[in-house]
Write a protein that binds this ligand. Structure first.
Ligand SMILES: [Zn+2]
Ligand SMILES: [Zn+2]
Length: 138
């Protein structure tokens, strides 16, 4: 990837940079993402944790389950990232918070068992009922 991806929250207090190529990009329809983001589906970009740097602000951590932390802007509430609680090697970043989300296109759907009925998927990407899937597609 030669270029650096950048993004941030709605109010601009939290800014971040991504300095390595994406590992994966996907849609998540799980109930926890739906509630955390207040949205029917979330588009995630997975990057190496070492390549993710917060360049401004200090995101608030929320332990959303035994196995994960979600970070968000404490000032405006924008959900930003998901990472494993134990030994995280990667971090998932909400694609919609990138300054330019256009080129980062999700390539599969996870957790469609909790897809909301009125939310229609019109693409032909692979769909998985849970998070069981072949390893990274990039
Ligand atoms: Zn903010
Ligand atoms: Zn999810």
């Amino acid at each position: 990837m030669g270029q650096v991806l950048s993004g941030g929250c709605l109010c601009g207090e939290v800014r971040y940079r991504i300095t390595a190529a994406p590992v994966e990009a996907l849609y998540c329809h799980c109930r926890m993402c739906q509630r955390a983001h207040g949205a029917p589906v979330i588009a995630w970009l997975t990057v190496p944790l070492a390549a993710f740097e917060v360049s401004a602000g200090n995101p608030t951590a929320y332990r959303s389950s035994a196995k994960a932390f979600r970070h968000f802007c404490g000032a405006c509430g924008t959900p930003l990232t998901w990472r494993a609680a134990a030994n995280p090697r990667h971090v998932d970043v909400s694609i919609a918070t990138l300054d330019d989300p256009e080129p980062i296109e999700p390539l599969l759907h996870l957790w469609t068992e909790s897809q909301i009925g009125w939310f229609e998927i019109a693409d032909h990407l692979p769909r998985y009922l849970t998070d069981r899937r072949p390893r990274p597609v990039f």
